[in-house]
Design a binder for this molecule. Sequence first.
Ligand code: UD1
Length: 364
Amino acid sequence: MEPILIDIIAGARPNFMKIAPIIKAIQERQGRGSRLRYRLVHTGQHYDARMSGDFFAQLGIPVPDVNLEVGSGTQAEQTATIMTRYEKLLMEKRSDLCLVVGDVTSTMACSIAAQKLCVKVAHVEAGIRSGDWSMPEEINRMVTDAITNYFFTTSEVANANLRRSGVSDEKIHFVGNTMIDTLLANMGRLRPPMFWEELALESGEYFVLTLHRPANVDDLDQLTGMLTAVAGGCRNLPVVFPIHPRTSKNLGTSPIPDNIKLVEPQPYLEFNYLVKHAKAVITDSGGITEETTVMGVPCMTLRDSTERPETVTMGTNVLLGTDPTNLKPALDLLFSGRWKKGDIPPLWDGKTGQRIAEILEATL
Ligand code: UD1
């Protein structure tokens, strides 16, 4: 029987935890004689060890077969470079399927290049929508889903979004969340970062903050206003702030409140240890709100919308918007001990990678 070659695309930090379980599931099937083969393509959108290599090492992801080395640039520059280089790769050696995950620029760019060469596209985490067209990720999701053949989804809301946009039921595979596969598989390996003792952190007695969305960090006044509000609302408890390169660049040498503890972007095991033991997480990320939901950690999202509504309706997440004055009442509620408890969404059970591999094998 002919092997089936699947390109697995990864470009930026949030992709890496999503591809790991899919690769593992394909490898397991290969061990049992499956026809599935994969070629791991790293676009190079993220390239620093702290944004990329550390995750491959900690999560046991194989060294990529190809690195397109696109590096940083504007949205259009990155998209164009990824498309040009991935198209060349496909023309040199065609694959049978291009599997993309999430909503980063690499996700969209590779889907377009593949589909134009009539290579079918599978999108993992398809169908989620924030409705906010000012976020590049929303455009990436919409464009990718417009040219996807196999939709792998994390929630019923995503299924409904896809049906509403005319996708037929047989193309939608509700499989759960591969990022949660990775979290559950690594829960026992989480470990404190080196600075745990130096900062005198104690379980439940500190906050974790992450900020990297252009709406929060590109304007220095908005960024420092947010930091001041966080520091004040957290009542002098330490706020661990692993700072994203984009945020770091924009913050420059501006002064920040004393209880905000700036640290480098953290590797996977250390970051999730920090989250698991935090009093709460304050973030503008999407993926982190899924992890806090599964770990039952209170989460405040500094955005007006979310593409992951189940983290709010079922989970521990609350949308606070980008106005810094919204933080204090939410933090007061947290300190009063009345934060909601939350449930884990259906199929976020650690077996999503296996379901995806099984469906690919049966379908291709
Ligand atoms: C990207 C994703 C976003 C994701 C985030 C997680 C898009 C549109 N955005 O945003 O969805 O939540 O990654 O981190 O794909 N930089 C470095 N080292 C790196 C990578 C980037 O220093 O390894 C710096 C560069 O100066 C770059 C800036 O960070 O200009 C932003 O990187 P970019 O990939 O453009 O977008 P992110 O903000 O990281």
